[in-house]
Design a protein around this ligand. Sequence first.
Ligand code: ATR
Length: 276
Amino acid sequence: MKRACVIGWPVAHSRSPLIHNYWLKKYGIAGAYTKEALRPEAIAGFLKSLDAHGFVGCNVTVPHKEAAFAAADVKEDSALAVSAANTLWLDGGKLHAANTDTYGFMTHLGLSAPGWNTHKGPVAILGAGGAARAIIFGFLEAGVEEIRVFNRTRARAEALALQFGPRIKVGDWAERAGASRDACVLVNTTSIGMGGQGTLNIDFEHFDPACVVSDIVYVPLETELLARAQTRGLRTVDGLGMLLHQAVPGFEKWFGVRPEVTEELRNLLVADIAGG
Ligand code: ATR
């Protein structure tokens, strides 16, 4: 029986087991997917002996994504771009690493807001952490010519501009609304809006009516940012789809079936979120 897991510290909050166990059941695969709580000092040793622990691979959540990246023998471009990995698998005795957040975000955006890039405007990104890096990489690969990054700590946004090159433009945090009005997509990658923590305070007045507003926060499912965008008639993309789609490549690597993100699976997660 093939086994995979999610490693984190803490890891109790992870919804990955809900997703992967749904797929294992749906496809009739005799496999298992569990949560493994691992302290930072235990990561390197655990990953070296993943096989001995009985795992074919794992997902990685905070705070271990950088350590997982460092531990891998083979790193996909998606992981190299972000210097962090959320998906690991063994192949030919080597530990492979990918960052599937880029795939998850871009796939969900394409499915939920088809034609998001039709008007060729810039993309606006709020935040400059690991999630911002994964998403910026996706937009660059998709051919977006200008990506404006706004972060409370400006130096972190400038570091991203250095890493990703001249298509990245850094703006002041205070300018996040005014300088995003012509954007084709605005994405919140900060933790603001999660469980009622703070407000981004953007009311979307004077925004291009074709602007798509996306939030990677999915608790609550409808964040204040998304609610405000809808009030102005803008298309919105929630954070749950990114979580669901980022899980697809890992499941395929471990269990050999490319799984489908279904409405039933989404509803399972929605119910879990609503239940706290
Ligand atoms: P992740 O890897 O999940 O993106 P992170 O690296 O901790 O997480 O980044 C969190 C992001 O949320 C950062 O851009 C952070 O801004 P700073 O770089 O200034 O810390 C942003 N963030 C978190 N709380 C915020 C707040 N109250 N106001 C503005 N930005 C905030």
